[in-house]
Design a protein around this ligand. Structure first.
Ligand code: 13P
Length: 251
């Protein structure tokens, strides 16, 4: 049995005031919810505050990115040690925005995954195809390539602790969600590829779906056999919506 996980990726949004309110509202709304792991990934500057607010609650905190180097002369970067020191247990790696806007390659994402895992963070590894790739019919190749890069560099032993998030790029922030069946197809493929590398781990690895998940469509997605929760962008910025999605994962 895989415990569902719902993670909120705040992206470059939020303020100290917003974080205070949202963390309190999410915590309050979680009473009675026991069957879902909940993670909040705020911007770096809000990590210490969110970790403090999450202390003693069932909510965990994650970073949105990390650098691969040991602490040192890397202006503007954040090391795994620093995330851990600030209270993070998780870190998102290879988000499509980092791949598309900041030039992160499959190799760099794989390297980040290895470093994160080795240092003790749970990597949430994002994979997913662009609209163009889907229309060209190469979704399977793209997702497999992204996954194989991680398996080659970080090894299949990082699973089932490490988490995968399938986020079709065309569904992110567009309001256009993959259908339950489209998402399930890719999740099944990811699990099959994982099983090829580590059959024991594949069954217990959590594969999250991300891309315009809302309280209204969450239940359908989460009822699919290979979808184990969600990585939520926009809807994680509103307590009511985020809680609605968490409840859908709990039922
Ligand atoms: P949205 O939920 O806003 O589509 O974002 C998804 C995402 O990119 C989460 O990492």
């Amino acid at each position: 049995m895989r415990t569902p996980l719902v993670a909120g990726n705040w992206k470059m949004n939020g303020s100290r005031a917003m974080a205070t309110e949202l963390m309190a509202d999410v915590h309050a709304g979680l009473s009675g919810v026991s069957g879902v792991d909940v993670v909040i990934c705020p911007p770096f500057v809000l990590v210490p505050q969110c970790s403090q607010a999450a202390c003693g609650t069932s909510v965990a905190v994650g970073g949105q990115n990390l650098d691969t180097h040991e602490p040192g002369a890397f202006t503007g970067e954040i090391a795994a040690e620093m995330l851990i020191d600030a209270g993070c247990e998780y870190v998102i790696v290879g988000h499509s925005e980092r791949r598309a806007l900041y030039g992160e390659t499959d190799e760099l994402v794989a390297h980040k995954t290895r470093v994160a895992f080795t240092k003790g963070l749970v990597p949430i590894i994002c994979v997913g195809e662009t609209l163009e790739e889907r229309e060209q019919g190469v979704t399977e190749e793209v997702v497999t390539r992204q996954l194989v890069a991680v398996l080659n560099e970080a090894g299949s032993e990082i699973f089932p602790r490490a988490i995968i998030a399938y986020e079709p790029v065309w569904a992110i922030g567009t309001g256009r969600t993959a259908t339950d069946a489209q998402a399930q197809d890719v999740h099944a493929l990811v699990r099959e590829r994982l099983a090829g590398a580590n059959s024991a781990a594949a069954e217990s690895t959590r594969i999250l779906y991300g891309g315009s998940v809302k309280p209204q469509n969450a239940a359908g997605l989460f009822s699919q056999p290979d979808i184990d929760g969600g990585l939520i962008g926009g809807a994680s910025l509103k307590a009511e919506d985020f809680l609605g999605i968490i409840r859908a994962a709990n039922s």
